[in-house]
Design a protein around this ligand. Structure first.
Ligand code: 48F
Length: 257
């Protein structure tokens, strides 16, 4: 049978449309496809929840591809190894409590395993705002990332979620929007975004999980965004805290869903 170009187009449009429609209302919407967002998405989807993840870039993985300074190896501590095992990511002990994994293998494995568990990933979609009614985050306002990049005046669409996770890393994009609209009301010591502090890997790793929490009704924060919101330090290319943060936010949400 000859391959028909229009049938190819129809297959793509039909299937993507199906994904969009199915995910107009979800249990959880995750913003950001870095390590913390992917881990959260995996554990929630594995537990049978309906979860969609929105990533602004074409590629999923956030800061994990490039390891440190483009040396594509990541460092983890033993506490995070069970999460690597859950994704089938191989690692090697370097010495003491330092383990390494290939950054590219890590992103590839996490993406594949999370998707197979049922996480729906929308890449090239940017989250530009939230839906709030009146004092609780109830969903996201989304648009194509190229629309944002080109500065086109195109109205967005909206998706509803019982809970939203801001896993946007250093950007804290979703928390920032909420802070602008409801100043002083975030669940941080000052009520606002406190900003990421200078590098202090040891402190930052424990702070990341501690700062993973519901930061505003309906909105959780995970990964580097949790530290940036609560004034925690940065940690550089050690990733255990990111993975543990993703697991923690999934665990807390599973208690409420
Ligand atoms: O930065 P990122 O990898 O977040 P993370 O899970 O992990 C942080 C580490 O990579 C690293 C670190 C060492 O441990 O500190 O930085 O906290 O991934 C965040 C993702 O969110 C996307 C962004 O493109 C990136 O892939 N993102 C940011 N803002 C938006 C967004 C937005 N408004 N809409 C959609 N995606």
């Amino acid at each position: 049978m000859a391959i028909d170009e229009i049938e190819i187009s129809r297959a793509i449009i039909d299937r993507y449309h199906e994904k969009l429609i199915t995910n107009l209302e979800t249990d959880v919407a995750i913003v950001g496809g870095g390590p913390s967002g992917l881990v959260a998405g995996y554990f929630l989807a594995r537990a049978g929840k309906k979860v969609a993840l929105y990533e602004r870039k074409l590629s999923i993985g956030g800061g994990m591809w490039g390891g440190g300074m483009l040396f594509n190896e990541i460092v983890l501590q033993s506490e995070a190894l069970p999460i690597l095992d859950a994704f089938g990511i191989r690692y090697r002990r370097y010495r003491d409590d330092y383990y390494t994994a290939d950054g590219v293998e890590a992103v590839g494995s996490m993406t594949a395993v999370a998707a197979r568990a049922g996480l729906t990933i929308f890449n090239c979609v940017t989250v530009e705002d939230v839906m709030m009614k009146p004092d609780r985050v109830e969903g996201l306002v989304i648009n194509w990332a190229p629309v944002e990049m080109a500065g086109l005046h195109v109205d967005p669409l909206t998706v509803r979620a019982r809970f939203v996770i801001d896993a946007t890393g250093h950007d804290t994009d979703v928390v920032r929007v909420v802070e602008e609209k409801t100043p002083g009301r975030l669940n941080t010591p000052t009520g606002g975004i406190m900003g990421q502090k200078a590098m202090w890997a040891d402190r930052a790793e424990s702070d990341t999980t501690q700062n993973t929490r519901e930061i505003f009704p309906g909105l959780y924060v995970a990964g580097m965004a949790a530290n940036a919101a609560a004034g925690g330090p940065r940690m550089g290319p050690i990733f255990g805290g990111m993975l543990l943060s993703g697991e923690k936010v999934a665990r807390e949400l599973l208690e409420r869903l």
